[in-house]
Design a protein around this ligand. Structure first.
Ligand SMILES: O=C(O)CCC(=O)C(=O)O
Ligand SMILES: [Fe+2]
Length: 256
């Protein structure tokens, strides 16, 4: 069993990072969330499993979980949870506002597959394992190095060196909490078992413009463009003021 892990963002990337919400890299910790609540979420998720979609990254997931399962919404907005995660991250966090990415439930196994190498579009994520039965493989595998450099290696060599990969085993009762924006990672292939996981995505409440979301990505995931108007309102009302405040304070610093 893998021991609880803490890595900073600089530890993972091997360099200081500018585009970040904080120095949070990856942490695994015992979450203490009520088991009955998580069981209810699991039972409801399994009932909805046939409606799960598959992405181009080979990830099978139920989107918008908090709209379908009220217990997910409850956990997602729980102030005690948000305060604790903010404390661990060293910055106030809030749930990720794009509805279909705010929460999701993923299904992984030899049949369902496991998510391929990628960097997250959302800044911060909490992965809560709801069940992990007879699992072989399926660890969260994080590349220590640059995202773009790692992707180039994968494109040319088909793999990245094993000694550059950190593996974190998902454990029921524990969360894997991390800033995986700009960090190359995947789930190691699973040769047996199934894992069902609740992903709760977050961003900085004070610097909401720090994000790797792309409109083309949102459109590919959700081609009905139903997310567009709320997204534009969020850019106008939250991201733009935060971007302007950041650039203004950088200017004041350089003038001082
Ligand atoms: O569940 C995992 O091991 C990783 C999931 C992931 O990277 C994602 O959903 O973006
Ligand atoms: Fe990811």
């Amino acid at each position: 069993m893998t021991a609880a892990i803490t890595l900073t963002r600089s530890d993972i990337l091997g360099r200081p990072s500018f585009w970040k919400v904080s120095e949070l890299g990856i942490r695994q910790f015992e979450h203490g969330y009520p088991p009955e609540l998580l069981d209810t979420i699991l039972v409801k998720a399994l009932r909805m499993r046939t409606t799960a979609a598959k992405t181009n990254l080979n990830l099978k997931y139920l989107r918008d979980a908090h709209h379908h399962i009220p217990e997910v919404a409850q956990l997602m907005h729980d102030p005690v949870r948000l305060a604790r995660l903010s404390e661990l991250a060293g910055v106030p966090l809030e749930p990720y506002p794009v509805d279909f990415l705010g929460s999701m439930i993923t299904f992984m196994g030899p049949e369902d597959g496991t998510v391929d190498w990628h960097g997250d579009s959302v800044p911060v994520t909490e992965l809560v394992a709801l069940s992990a039965d007879d699992v072989a493989g399926g660890e969260l595998a994080i590349y220590r190095g640059e995202l773009d450099e790692g992707l180039a290696r994968l494109a040319s060599e088909g793999k990245v060196p094993d000694d550059r990969v950190v593996r974190v085993t998902h454990r029921v009762g524990h969360s894997i909490f991390g800033q995986l924006m700009g960090v190359l990672h995947r789930t190691a292939p699973m040769t047996s078992g199934t894992r069902v996981t609740l992903n709760l995505n977050l961003r900085s409440a004070t610097q909401p413009h720090i994000d790797d979301q792309r409109l083309s990505h949102l459109a590919a995931e959700s081609p009905d463009f139903g997310w567009l108007d709320p997204y534009v309102s969020d850019v106008r009302g939250r991201q733009l003021p935060s971007l302007r405040a950041t650039t203004a304070s950088a200017r004041e610093d350089s003038d001082a």
